[in-house]
Design a binder for this molecule. Structure first.
Ligand code: PHE
Length: 334
C-alpha cells in the first residue's frame, strides 16, 4: 500500500494540466468518492496495526498534496484565461455621462454674460404674495395680469400666488439693499396658459435690474445689445418696439431675428420672422418710491426674458414642450 501511495504522490507532483477539463479529470481520479484517495482510505482498515501510523501519515500527505496541486493549477489556469481574453487593442468602453439640461446650459450662459457686466444673482420664493408679484410693481388693482386667466392663486388665500415673473425677487432685493443695485434673478415662473409649442404653464425667466444715479435708456440699450451679440453672435438682428409694462416707463420689447426660418416666417415666430425674447424699460418712479428708493436721485432699467425662448432660438428647437418631457433621446443631444 505504501508503494501505491508513493506512486500516486509522484504522479501528483509531476501532474500538469493545460485545460480546466484536464484538471477536473485529475480531481475526479484522485479525490472523488470512488477516486484513488478514497479507495485507499477504505482499504486502510486492512492495514496491519504496526503499519497504521506510517501509512496513515502518508495517506494524509497524499490527500493534502493533491488538494494543493489542484487549487494551484486552478488559479494558474484562471489567470491564464484572463490574459487570453484581455484584448489590449480594444477601444475603451464609452462611458455614458449625464449632460446638463439645455435650459440650464443656456441659463448659465446668460448668467455668465451678465456676471461679466458686474451683475450678481438673486433668488427668491416661487410662492409669493400679491405685494411682491404685483402691488410693489405698480400693477393697478384691476390689472388683467392679476386675473385668474394668468395667475395661479393658492386656493384658500387669494393674496398668495405662484409668481408669474421673477421681478418679485427684485422687489425683495430693493427691500434689502440700497443702490447701486445690479442684479439678475433666474428662476421658474408659473402662468395659467394653455400648453402649446410656444407656451407652457411653467417656464423659466431671467430678469435683470440696474439702479444707480444717471442710469439712462441708452445704458439699457447698450447692455441688451451686448448681451444679444454675446449669446446669438454678431450677425443677429435686434429690434426694440415700444411696449407697456406697469413697472417700467418707457417700456420696450426686444425681438431678435428668427434663426429657425431665417426671418421668412414659421410656426415658432408666428410667421413674423421675429421672436420676442425680452421685455424691458426704465423702472417706473412709482416702483422706486414703493420700494423706498428716492426717484429724484436714482433711475434704473429692468429687463426680463424667457429662457425657453432663448434656448429654442439657439438650438433650433421647434416645440417648447420638449423641455419638460425628459426624453433622454432629446436631452442627450446637448
Ligand atoms: N416681468 C416681465 C414679464 O414677466 C418682463 C419685464 C421685466 C419687462 C422687466 C420689463 C422689465 O413679462
Amino acid at each position: 500500500m505504501l508503494e501505491k501511495i508513493n506512486a500516486l504522490l509522484n504522479e501528483t507532483e509531476s501532474f500538469m494540466a493545460k485545460t480546466q477539463s484536464e484538471l477536473e479529470d485529475f480531481r475526479i481520479k484522485m479525490l472523488s468518492k470512488k477516486g484513488e484517495v478514497s479507495t485507499l482510505f477504505n482499504e486502510f482498515k486492512n492495514v496491519p496495526n504496526e503499519l497504521k501510523k506510517e501509512v496513515g501519515q502518508a495517506l494524509n500527505i497524499l490527500k493534502n498534496k493533491a488538494l494543493d496541486k489542484i487549487e494551484h493549477l486552478r488559479l494558474a489556469l484562471e489567470s491564464k484565461e484572463e490574459e487570453v481574453n484581455f484584448d489590449l487593442s480594444l477601444t475603451a468602453y464609452p462611458e455614458l455621462k449625464g449632460t446638463r439640461h439645455p435650459l440650464s446650459q443656456v441659463r448659465n450662459e446668460i448668467i455668465e454674460v451678465f456676471t461679466r457686466l458686474g451683475y450678481v444673482i438673486s433668488e427668491g420664493p416661487e410662492i409669493e404674495d400679491d405685494w411682491h408679484v404685483f402691488s410693489a410693481l405698480n400693477f393697478p388693482p384691476e390689472h388683467p395680469a392679476r386675473d385668474m386667466q394668468d395667475t395661479f392663486f393658492i386656493e384658500k388665500n387669494p393674496d398668495i400666488v405662484l409668481r408669474t415673473h421673477t421681478s418679485s425677487v427684485q422687489v425683495r432685493v430693493m427691500d434689502n439693499q440700497k443702490p447701486p443695485i445690479r442684479t439678475i434673478s433666474p428662476g421658474r415662473v408659473f402662468r395659467n396658459e394653455a400648453i402649446s409649442a410656444r407656451a407652457h404653464c411653467i417656464f423659466h425667466q431671467i430678469e435683470g435690474l440696474y439702479i444707480d444715479k444717471n442710469v439712462s435708456f441708452a445704458d439699457l440699450k447698450q447692455t441688451l445689445m451686448y448681451f444679444a451679440k454675446e449669446i446669438f453672435g454678431n450677425q443677429t438682428k435686434i429690434r426694440l418696439r415700444p411696449s407697456y409694462f406697469p413697472f417700467t416707463e418707457p417700456s420696450a420689447e426686444m425681438d431678435i431675428s428668427c434663426s429657425l426660418c431665417g426671418g421668412k416666417g414659421c410656426n415658432v415666430c408666428k410667421h413674423t420672422g421675429w421672436l420676442e425674447i425680452l421685455g424691458c424699460g426704465m423702472v417706473d418712479p412709482n416702483v422706486l418710491e414703493s420700494n423706498g428708493i428716492d426717484s429724484k436721485v436714482y433711475t434704473g432699467f429692468a429687463f426680463g426674458m424667457g429662457i425657453e425662448r432663448m434656448t429654442m432660438l439657439k438650438y433650433g428647437i421647434k416645440d417648447l414642450r420638449r423641455f419638460f418631457e425628459n426624453d433622454v433621446r432629446f436631452l442627450r443631444q446637448f
